[in-house]
Design a protein around this ligand. Structure first.
Ligand SMILES: Cc1ncc(COP(=O)(O)O)c(C=O)c1O
Length: 408
C-alpha cells in the first residue's frame, strides 16, 4: 500500500482538526477531493507573481501562454490525448452543454443519442436538451440494479443505424461501478457515431487513455483529482475541428482555444498543472492498487453488518472506493448527520445521479449515503467508518432508534 502518512502531508486540509480536535475522515471525496500542496502553491505563485492575459508581446503574457501550453501537454499525457484537443473550462457540466450546443447542426429528426441509466445528470441533461432542440430521440442503456453494472444487452438494443452519439461513464459517482469503454466504442464505431466519455468520477482512481480506448471526447474535473475547481475536455482534435462552438468573433478561430469562451481561469490552469505533477509523481497504477486494498477492507468489514445494505459491485476490481449504502431504520440524511457528528464527512441523497437512483428505487426515498475514499485514506480511516456504521445498528448498544419523523 502507499505510504499514507507521507501522502497526507501533501494535503494541508487533511490535518485540520474537527470540533473534537481529531482530523475528520473526509469521505466526501467523490464530491470533490482535497487539494494537493503543489496545486495550492502553483495557484498562489501565479497570483503572487502577477498575472496577464494571453498572446501579448510582454513577458508576463508570454508566461501565461507558456503555462497554458505546459499544462495542456500535462493534461494530454494524463488523459492519453493530444494537446491540440485539450480544452480548459469552468467544469464538466458547462463543457458538456457547450459541446451539445456545438453538435446541434449535425442532428435532425430521427437521429438517435444513446445515454445510460448509470450516468450523472451532467452526461444526460445536455443530450436530452440536444434531442429536444433537434427532434432527435434518446435511447437508453439500462443498469442492472442488483449488480450496479450496465446491461450490455440493452446497449445492443439501443444502437441503430441512426445513432449519432453514445454518451457513457468511465465510472459511476453514485455506486463506484467501473465501466469498460470497449463495448460502447465498438457499438458506436460500427454505426459511425461519436463517443462521449464522462471520466469525472474515474479520473482520481484509475488510469485513463482516451486514444487507446478509441473515445472521441472525454471530460473530467480537476477538483475531483486534487486540483482546483475547473473542467477539462480532451478530444480528438479532428473531431473538435469539425464542430462549430459558440464563440466571439475576434477570439481564436482554430485549435482548442477556439472552444474556450472568454478569458480562461489561468490560476486554475496553474493549479491543474500542480495536481497533475503530483499524480505523475505518485502514479495512478499505485493509487489503484492502494484503493483496491481499501475497498477490500471496507467490503470485508461490511460483510458482518446485516443493517447495512450496499448498492453496486461487490468486487473491488470492478469499482472505485465509492460506496452507496442505506441503513436499516435510518434515513440517509439521518445517517450522514450521525456520521458528521462522529467526524466523518459523507454525502447523502442522489448526488445528481438521478437515473441510477431511480433505477434502484431510491430516488424518492432520500437516495443513499455515499462513502467515498481516495488514495489519501488508509486502513484506519476505513476502520473508523466501519466502527461508526456498526454503532448505527438498531441492535447495537449505542445505536438508538431514530425519531419517528426520520424513518421513511
Ligand atoms: C460522474 C460525474 N460527472 C459529472 C459531474 C459534474 O462535474 P462538474 O461539477 O465538473 O460539472 C460530476 C460531479 O459530481 C460527476 O461526479
Amino acid at each position: 500500500m502507499l505510504d499514507v502518512a507521507r501522502i497526507r502531508r501533501r494535503f494541508p486540509a487533511l490535518a485540520v482538526g474537527g470540533p473534537d480536535g481529531r482530523a475528520a475522515v473526509r469521505a466526501d471525496a467523490p464530491g470533490g477531493t482535497q487539494v494537493v500542496d503543489t496545486a495550492i502553491a502553483a495557484m498562489a505563485d501565479r497570483l503572487r507573481q502577477g498575472t496577464a492575459n494571453q498572446h501579448g508581446p510582454f513577458p508576463t503574457s508570454r508566461e501565461t501562454d507558456a503555462l497554458c501550453d505546459r499544462v495542456r501537454h500535462q493534461a494530454a499525457r494524463f488523459l492519453g490525448s493530444s494537446p491540440e484537443g485539450v480544452v480548459f473550462g469552468q467544469n464538466m457540466t458547462t463543457l458538456t452543454f457547450h459541446v451539445a450546443r456545438a453538435l446541434e447542426d449535425r442532428f435532425g429528426a430521427g437521429d438517435e443519442i444513446v445515454c445510460t441509466r448509470l450516468d450523472h445528470d451532467a452526461n444526460v441533461a445536455p443530450w436530452l436538451g440536444l434531442a429536444e432542440r433537434t427532434g432527435a430521440t434518446v435511447r437508453w442503456v439500462d443498469m442492472d440494479s442488483d449488480s450496479g453494472l450496465l446491461d450490455l444487452g440493452s446497449l445492443d438494443a439501443a444502437i441503430s443505424e441512426r445513432t449519432r452519439l453514445v454518451a457513457f461513464p468511465a465510472a459511476s459517482n453514485a455506486l463506484g461501478t467501473l465501466v469498460d469503454p470497449a463495448p460502447f466504442v465498438a457499438a458506436a464505431r460500427a454505426v459511425g457515431a461519436l463517443t462521449y466519455l464522462d471520466a469525472v468520477h474515474a479520473a482520481p482512481h484509475v488510469p485513463l487513455d482516451r486514444r487507446a480506448a478509441g473515445v472521441d471526447l472525454l471530460v473530467c474535473s480537476p477538483y475531483k483529482f486534487f486540483g482546483p475547481h475547473a473542467g477539462i475536455l480532451a478530444a480528438d482534435p479532428d473531431v473538435l475541428a469539425g464542430l462549430r462552438p459558440d464563440r466571439v468573433r475576434p477570439g481564436p478561430d482554430h485549435g482548442p482555444e477556439r472552444w474556450q469562451t472568454g478569458t480562461a481561469n489561468f490560476e486554475a490552469i496553474a493549479g491543474i498543472g500542480g495536481a497533475l505533477s503530483y499524480l505523475e509523481e505518485v502514479g495512478l497504477a499505485a493509487i489503484r492498487e492502494h484503493e483496491i486494498a481499501l475497498s477490500r477492507r471496507f467490503l470485508d468489514g461490511l460483510d458482518g453488518m446485516g443493517h447495512v445494505r450496499l448498492y453496486g459491485p461487490r468486487e473491488p476490481k470492478r469499482r472505485t472506493p465509492t460506496f452507496a449504502v442505506t441503513l436499516e431504520e435510518r434515513t440517509p440524511k439521518a445517517v450522514a448527520g450521525e456520521l458528521a457528528r462522529a467526524g466523518i464527512h459523507v454525502w447523502d441523497g442522489h448526488y445528481y445521479a438521478i437515473e441510477p437512483m431511480r433505477a434502484l428505487g431510491l430516488l424518492d426515498r432520500g437516495g443513499a449515503v455515499r462513502i467515498g475514499f481516495a488514495h489519501y485514506h488508509g486502513p484506519e480511516d476505513i476502520d473508523r467508518v466501519l466502527r461508526a456504521l456498526a454503532d448505527l445498528s438498531p441492535r447495537s448498544a449505542g445505536g438508538g432508534c431514530l425519531e419517528q419523523r426520520d424513518i421513511r
